[in-house]
Design a protein around this ligand. Structure first.
Ligand code: IPD
Length: 278
């Protein structure tokens, strides 16, 4: 029933009885992400080519797979870790103490348009701090994983943020959504371009942040991002030696906040250009 789950759980751990055990949670989250990825991959490959996308709002896509994948993750975690709470982008939930914050398909617009750049994002948050972050790049079979204090990995190999220090050499992903007016985004891109930055936007916030942890890009920024899109990526970047602003400040968990995630050498310079203090 739980796929390869048994192999992923450290020997000697008794599920449901060690609810304070972050290592057990970490192993469970990795296994659940891979199982959910198998479902998402199958749905992506079998989707009808002529499908008209369903929209939740302006440039805000919805697919049946979002809910199906979220339901799978929710039911696995509820069964294995019944004391934890759960919040998913599609079905909601509660943000109580010890909460799993999940985006079942981040990059839904890409998924809906047949672009294989989307990810499953699973974060475990305690006391407004991400302890576990899993980002599964479904079509590339790339599992990014971080357990606070134990580093960040990609398919088991340690990853680090880039060491780039010169802003005019930097590549920065600038996330965008229809939640904010257009003018501040245009001003953000303008500021980055004037500083000599190569600005990109690939349509999955969680993957964009994971790419910072992996040194594929030098920073990710967004003027408003939701916790389910970035909570996992935040611990990935921090465990890979990078820095983020205080995303969870105020009501960040429920209402979202700005985000800047980058390396040590660029954080001061980018914070100045973008206006998100680190
Ligand atoms: C969106 C994507 C996008 C980011 C937005 C998110 P969704 O999530 O991650 O890249 O800029 O802030 O809302 O709709 O694909 O789950």
């Amino acid at each position: 029933m739980f796929g390869n789950f048994a192999a992923a759980v450290p020997q000697g751990k008794l599920l449901g009885t060690m609810t304070d055990d972050l290592e057990t949670r970490f192993a469970i989250a990795c296994a659940v992400a891979r199982e959910a990825g198998t479902l998402a991959r199958r749905r992506f490959l079998e989707r009808p080519r002529s499908q008209r996308p369903n929209m939740k709002g302006h440039q805000d896509y919805l697919t049946a797979t979002d809910s199906e994948v979220e339901d799978l993750i929710r039911s696995r975690l509820a069964h294995l870790l019944p004391g934890d709470s759960f919040f998913g982008e599609e079905g909601g939930g509660s943000f109580d103490h010890d909460v799993w914050v999940v985006d079942p398909i981040d990059g839904t617009a890409n998924f809906a348009r047949g672009i294989p750049h989307f990810a499953i994002s699973i974060a475990f948050v305690r006391d407004n701090r991400t302890e576990i972050g899993i980002v599964y790049n479904v079509m590339q079979h790339e599992l990014y994983a971080a357990l606070r204090g134990h580093g960040a990995t990609l398919n088991g190999e340690t990853i680090r943020v880039s060491g780039l220090a010169e802003i005019s050499h930097a590549t920065v992903e600038a996330g965008w959504s229809s939640r904010l007016p257009i003018a501040p985004y245009v001003a953000l891109v303008d500021g980055l371009k004037n500083a000599g930055v190569n600005v990109r936007r690939a349509g999955s916030g969680t993957l964009g942040i994971a790419y910072v942890a992996d040194g594929r890009t030098d920073a990710y920024c967004e003027l408003h991002i939701n916790s389910w899109d970035c909570a996992a990526g935040i611990v990935l970047v921090q465990e890979a030696g990078g820095f983020t602003n205080e995303f969870f400040a105020g009501d960040g968990m429920r209402s979202g906040n700005p985000l800047l995630a980058t390396n040590a050498a660029l954080c001061g310079k980018l914070a100045g250009v973008i206006g998100i203090p680190i």
